[in-house]
Write a protein of this length. Structure first.
Length: 551
């Protein structure tokens, strides 16, 4: 019986009838409100749709009163209605939120209350609603004012930007749908919901303070972050009119540089990548010498603990084509050189003092799809990790030497080239709690109970690797990085930029590429620009080597 009653209460035809009964006798109205309350938030869209269409003040009062009696279930739909295009709907939504007085609505009333883009009747209704919820006097400018509104909205948007949890968990959100002319409920990934909410609040803060630079930066960062989420990690942002990337281009290099600084400070890799791409197109050489928090944000990106960011920063700098020395030139070459080894495969480094045990673990990881490089000391493992760009994780046996476990982890985390590479520590079950406690302050570290079974290791390792904020580079992307790095190195060699950049570190990796027909041309050009005896001797050897097919 109860289930049948609920089914009837949520039936669209039944809801429409109950809404019509709101215009009936007091008894009919009371019964209708009781039944509408039992249906929950589902009744909000049809009521708001009628409010959007109706210009009858008496009917609108009846609908508004009914909404006020429905309480908390309609708060989120009403918050969404505050962004309706019709002033009448926004005004009534604000009034009803004030009557319900749910604290969660306060944040979304600041913009309607103080934005100059809002009609005066909407502002008055929103201020009165805020005063009811917050217990403040709407006439006292020291308690409720425009400056406070802007600060509250900016801080809330920044909090959403900070809490960019990469989660597939679903979450519900109410939004205004212009096609249906009412609010609709959507179920989206929690991360997307956070970005949508953050962008809304940043936009509302910007509406109130369009000239404030920090608010402009935050809004642009949120827009880039949301669009980056929609396209995914390994795809470029769409370009052209109306896109977030176009907004970045129009905002200018200074604004985009500040977005980059904010993104790195908050660890928001997707928007940092977008900012770097934009800077490569619209930036100037002055960006290499600007001072934001004591350093250029573009130079700082070279040492950001994420390989995507480092490579994007290096290529952005190459696009700016500096003509004089700048801090970070050596780092640019190091990043481009490291990318030369980024073949289209996934790799891992295993550090184990026991050669047989290390080979066994390397074999297990190989079966999981990783090309492994075994080393015997912490120092050797660190060196191997810093010299290549395709390392997906570093596996450390718990009892390694030269450096020991703690020192190796500390050094890996202190170096920007390895700070974001996941670390697996393998050992016996009895040491799990002890080592987890010792390494608890280091990010991206997992203790794995040692096993010769690929299935056992996969069960422990795969969920950890899949949960990381920054997904692993695909083989295709690594190959793209290698080709791009080789292009820029050959550009340096052929454009007389050798006085700015020392190409010597790229010599050995270049030799590995001359047999690849698609890469040989740029590899030879770059080798020709390295003024060392060994590089020139290598060129002679290559030219006279008959086993290398002529192009």
């Amino acid at each position: 019986m109860e289930e049948a009653f609920r089914a009837d209460a949520t039936d669209p035809a039944s809801i429409d009838k109950l809404i019509n009964d709101l215009s009936g006798t007091p008894t009919d109205r009371n019964i209708a409100i009781i039944q509408l309350k039992s249906a929950g938030s589902i009744v909000a869209p049809p009521i708001l749709k009628q409010l959007n269409r109706s210009e009858d003040p008496e009917k609108n009062d009846e609908l508004a009163f009914a909404l006020s009696q429905l309480g908390k279930p309609v708060v989120e739909p009403l918050i969404a209605a505050l962004r309706a295009p019709e002033n009448r709907v926004r005004k009534i939504a604000a009034e009803v939120l004030g009557d319900i007085a749910d604290p969660s609505a306060a944040l979304y009333l600041w913009n309607p209350a103080f934005s100059q883009s809002q009609e005066q009747s909407v502002q008055i209704a929103a201020r009165q609603a805020l005063s009811k919820i917050l217990g403040k006097d709407p006439r006292n400018v020291f308690e409720l004012n425009r400056h406070e509104a802007q600060q509250v909205l900016k801080n809330a948007a920044l909090q959403f930007y900070k809490n960019h949890v990469d989660s597939t968990e679903k979450q519900k959100i109410w939004v205004w749908d212009t096609t249906q002319q009412t609010v609709v409920e959507k179920e989206l990934a929690a991360q997307e919901v956070g970005l949508i909410e953050g962008q809304r609040l940043a936009k509302e803060a910007l509406e109130m303070s369009p000239d404030k630079q920090d608010v402009q930066t935050l809004y642009l960062a949120m827009v880039l972050a949301l669009e980056a989420y929609h396209v995914g990690w390994n795809h470029p942002l769409p370009e052209g009119p109306g896109t977030a990337f176009n907004l970045a281009l129009l905002s200018g290099p200074k604004a985009v540089s500040q977005v980059l600084a904010l993104a790195m400070k908050q660890g928001h890799t997707p928007s940092a990548l977008a900012a770097l791409k934009a800077l490569g197109q619209i930036g100037s050489r002055n960006l290499l010498y600007e001072k934001l928090d004591q350093h250029s944000s573009l130079i700082a990106a070279l040492n950001y603990p994420d390989r995507r960011i480092q490579f994007a920063a290096a290529t952005a700098i190459m696009q700016l084509d500096p003509t004089s020395t700048f801090p970070g030139a050596t780092r640019v070459i190091a990043i481009l050189t490291r990318a030369l080894g980024g073949a289209g495969k996934q790799s891992a480094i295993v550090v184990d003092t026991s050669i047989p045990r290390g080979q066994t673990m390397a074999g297990v990881f190989h079966e999981l799809g990783y090309e492994t490089e075994p080393t015997q000391t912490g120092m050797a493992g660190f060196k191997a990790a810093t010299q290549r760009m395709d390392v997906e994780f570093i596996a450390l046996e718990y009892n390694i030497s030269r450096w020991g476990l703690s020192q190796t982890i500390a050094n890996l985390r202190a170096d920007s080239r390895t700070a974001n590479i996941p670390i697996l520590i393998y050992g016996p079950l009895r040491l799990k709690n002890k080592i987890e406690y010792v390494t608890r302050h280091y990010p991206l570290v997992l203790y794995v109970i040692e096993s010769e079974s690929t299935e056992d290791i996969a069960t422990q390792v795969k969920p950890f690797l899949n949960s990381l904020k920054t997904p692993e580079l695909t083989g295709e992307l690594r190959s793209e990085y290698r080709a791009a790095a080789l292009y820029w190195l050959s550009h340096i060699a052929s454009s007389q930029r050798n006085r700015l950049y020392d190409l010597t570190p790229a010599e050995k990796p270049l030799l590995q590429l001359v047999t690849d027909r698609s890469l040989a041309s740029n590899a030879l050009i770059t080798l020709g620009g390295i003024p060392t005896r060994t590089a020139q001797a290598d060129l002679v050897t290559i030219v006279t080597n008959k086993t290398i097919e002529n192009d």
